[in-house]
Design a protein around this ligand. Structure first.
Ligand SMILES: *Cc1c(COP(=O)(O)O)cnc(C)c1O
Length: 390
């Protein structure tokens, strides 16, 4: 049973009063001023260069190197292709230890490379891979670990690094949620062999669609460039790999450059929203939020609440949708339960978290009034649930 502070006052309110007239979505894309974007469109029209390693893509890449604080950055048409190519570039074999609590892309990127995803359960604090369970999954067939920095909270980087070194494994981080995140003053791009960042429209930072890899080994530069362009090695024009088409175009890079100017302010606005939600729920025992590690410079990519039970989560989901608040079950279900994988494994924490989690609206221009109103609705509906489910 949930325990709640006295909210009898809000219980007396009419639900219709609290329903939003206009839908509140879980996220909204960061968009620059149209005039600013138009300047880039004019450049594209002048040059008549739309894709294939164009000047705006190169300008974007240079800016990303300083933003992500990495000497080596390659940009791609999307984060998923970047991740697939990252895996392909490392010539892995056999098994890859990964997390079940992620977006479908992570698991598919492993499987599409003809490797086996080996699911390791997650921790209860920030829902990242449980590092204490990794070693028991390592066999002679294991070639890499592919953890996800879920919701922008870094994994236990030092522990993963130690395990990888000890067993001679590669580490690829799915850092799709991690744009601009640092740990202990070190940019997240500095950890592991390769990190993948997604610039999809729904992410903290976007280039419409898009993604990037950061990496430390300069030997990978030419290979990654080839793999995103049909395996063709630039300059010499031979085909050295079986590559795909995953090139970023000029329009996407232009959006990325424009949005880079806004991202600092956007993250500050997200922080205000995140902290307000956190404060609104701090006395609500039915709601568990993720505590951001004080060593982490966060990007406040998502605000999630973990409920006590699946019934409570689904009740809240339904009620909020009826009130025009389009919260998301994210991630749900746990990847091992996707019908295409359907691995019968006992990953109890991942199951519990995916059954009980809700992602709440958070984007830079979401008003604090709206955040308060959403919080109030949630508390009201939780009280209602408790009333009928004692
Ligand atoms: C968004 C996302 C991806 C895929 O990125 P795209 O740019 O949409 O292809 C991969 N992993 C995670 C965890 C994501 O959230």
């Amino acid at each position: 049973m949930v325990k709640m502070k006295d909210n009898s006052q809000s219980l007396t309110k009419n639900h219709e009063d609290l329903k939003f007239k206009d839908p509140v979505l879980v996220t909204k894309p960061l968009l620059p001023d149209l005039e600013k974007y138009n300047e880039y469109l004019e450049r594209i029209w002048d040059k008549q260069w739309l894709t294939n390693n164009g000047p705006i893509v190169n300008e974007f890449k240079e800016k990303l190197k300083s933003k992500l604080k990495s000497d080596h950055v390659e940009v791609f048409s999307n984060g998923h292709s970047a991740l697939e190519i990252a895996i392909q570039s490392l010539n892995l074999k056999g098994d890859v230890i990964t997390t079940p609590f992620t977006f479908a892309s992570t698991t598919h990127a492993i499987t599409l490379n003809n490797l086996n995803p080996i699911f390791c359960d997650i921790n209860r604090e920030n829902y990242n891979i449980d590092v204490s369970l990794i070693e028991e999954l390592i066999t002679d067939d294991t070639s890499a670990i592919l953890p996800v920095h879920v919701f922008g909270n870094p994994c236990d980087l030092k522990k993963i690094d130690k395990i990888a070194k000890k067993h001679d494994l590669k580490v690829i981080y799915d850092a799709a949620h991690c744009f601009g995140v640092e740990f202990d003053g070190i940019p997240i791009s500095q950890f592991g062999d390769i990190s993948m960042f997604s610039f999809h429209a729904t992410k903290v930072f976007n280039s419409i669609e898009g993604g990037a890899l950061t990496f430390n080994d300069s030997d990978l530069i030419l290979k990654l460039k080839a793999l995103k362009n049909f395996g063709i090695t630039p300059e010499v024009e031979t085909v050295d790999y079986i590559g795909q088409n995953a090139k970023m175009n000029e329009f996407e890079a232009a959006m990325g450059i424009c949005n880079l100017e806004l991202i600092g302010h956007a993250i500050e606005m997200r922080k205000n929203i995140y902290e307000l939600y956190e404060n609104n729920f701090k006395e609500v025992s039915a709601i568990k939020t993720i505590k951001i590690d004080p060593k982490v410079k966060s990007n406040y990519a998502y605000f999630t609440i973990l409920l006590d039970s699946n019934q409570q989560r689904d009740f809240l989901f339904k009620k909020l949708h009826q009130s025009n608040v389009f919260v998301k079950k994210y991630f749900y279900p746990s990847a091992n339960e996707f019908p295409v994988y359907n691995y019968d494994l006992n990953l109890s924490v991942s199951k519990k978290v995916s059954d009980c989690i809700l992602s709440l609206p958070i984007y830079p221009d979401l008003s604090l009034d709206t955040v308060n109103k959403i919080s109030e609705l949630i508390i009201l509906f939780l009280n209602e649930f408790e009333k009928f489910n004692v």
